[in-house]
Design a protein around this ligand. Sequence first.
Ligand SMILES: Cc1cc2nc3c(=O)[nH]c(=O)nc-3n(C[C@H](O)[C@H](O)[C@H](O)COP(=O)(O)OP(=O)(O)OC[C@H]3O[C@@H](n4cnc5c(N)ncnc54)[C@H](O)[C@@H]3O)c2cc1C
Length: 539
Amino acid sequence: MARLTTALTDSFDFLIVGGGIAGLRAAVALAPAGRVLILTKADATESNTGYAQGGIAAAIGRDDSAALHGADTMRAGDGLCDEAAVRVLVEEGPRYVQELMEWGVRFDRNADRTPALGLEAAHSVRRVLHAGDATGREIGRAMWKHVVTLQAVCTVNHALVSDLIVEEGAVGGVRYFDHAGGRHEVRGRAVLLATGGAGQVFTDTTNPAVATGDGVALAYHAGARVADLEFVQFHPTALNRTGAPRFLMSEALRGEGARLVNASGEPFMARYHRDGDLAPRDVVARAIVLEARATPGPVFLTLAHLDPGRVRARFPTIAEMCGQLGLDLAKDPIPVGPAAHYLMGGIDTDVWGRSSVTGLFAAGETACTGVHGANRLASNSLLEGLVFGARAADAMLLAPQAAALKPDRREVGVAAADRRSETEGSSASFHRPPASHLTRQGIRELMWRDVGLFRTRERLQRAIAELDSAYAFEALAMDAALASDADAWRHFNLLTVARLIARAALGREESRGGHFREDYPARDDGRWKFHAIDRRDAH
Ligand SMILES: Cc1cc2nc3c(=O)[nH]c(=O)nc-3n(C[C@H](O)[C@H](O)[C@H](O)COP(=O)(O)OP(=O)(O)OC[C@H]3O[C@@H](n4cnc5c(N)ncnc54)[C@H](O)[C@@H]3O)c2cc1C
């Protein structure tokens, strides 16, 4: 486990916010060059990385190649992947995965000791390395074990980073609350945001409590560009039982033969897509909702036709979780439904993790290199964290430089209401907007209801009206006394991310990948084949 530094100086060479796969890989690369501080807001291992089940994709099989992996990634991304970023991911990926094995990650092996490769949806060959059904936990274990041996790296856990220190247009440090609520500033010549996903912006999510999208809010408030936030991946098969957590039923289950059936026990996916149960995630997620409405009744995942011994051996963690709820994974129908799972969008970065603000870098799920386009290929995100975590570190070693706006990115302005509220916000208290009644749970419910799987202009506008008004109120409050309150920052940053996702979803008048508009159900390359950018200064 990482060392907890008690006597912390207020200056390091490099600051890393986040101890998942992206932050840890960056720390390894930075350690030989200076003093590194990793801040995590909970226990060291509490991260999306720790919950990853299915595995990590890499083109290492005999029947595979970087070109094939790239082609599958681009197809899943529904016309919006950044080709240069995809090339980096698939070409450099195998080298970094090999390095994981050298650090002691115990992937499952075939009889000949080569890594066993799993199949997941939209992959044309088996290419997913895995450690049972708890791959992320195994990777996190080995990476932390390696990182704690590095003398140059200090770690502070239960440190909630709330905002960035911006001076003369450059990021030079972070402010955070310690476990007791004390507020601190720490400086570094480069700051990496590796804060992970934002599933907790929605009520129904596979993500742990730490995944509140803080990095996006931090970067946005520092003036950085954010991109593609309308693209949220809703995983089709989270456990769907009242009162139970939305535990992920990995796609690898379907890769190994599990089938989706409706309330009458009838397999139905072939009616929705030619790839049946292994269709892209967004297709399966919407099909489950439509089938549940039409039948009507719940949708189940069934493995009853497979060898029960093999099912339990291949998926011990999932089997145990089901067992705790009185369900036998190998025999019983398992109720499933969609839940927010992965954010394709994030802080706009180039392939070196540079954001649009000098000194600020991002990697992993909080970043948007464009590698996932509108929809992430399964098991590409752990790989992304590794590859781009390392590359961001390489860039942090050089003189700080901001990323230029790429030609396929466009600033979009849905923000008339926003412009108004922020102008009011910066003036005087007699313009103070009405008090916000949106609690954090209220934000999540609103996002699930109005900014979820099926979106329309009407629902999005309703959501944005509420989020805008709450944001205007909270932004004023943050300027005042409440800035010293960790909980107020948690609320403000969650609200910021929710509002950015909703605005991006209203802006994109087409359906593509994870973003589905009932009022614009078709993909429209003529108008929308670009990455939509939002930025605080734009309003
Ligand atoms: C249930 C589940 C299963 C998944 N399965 C797979 C899979 O099989 N294959 C795959 O490729 N991907 C999978 N994913 C996605 C993948 O796990 C994540 O995208 C990836 O691990 C993200 O890594 P990261 O380093 O970017 O962030 P994370 O691993 O989420 O780490 C984020 C870190 O940031 C810290 N942090 C956040 N905010 C703050 C703050 N304000 N202050 C301080 N610290 C902060 C957290 O404490 C944490 O340490 C899965 C995700 C989930 C939830």
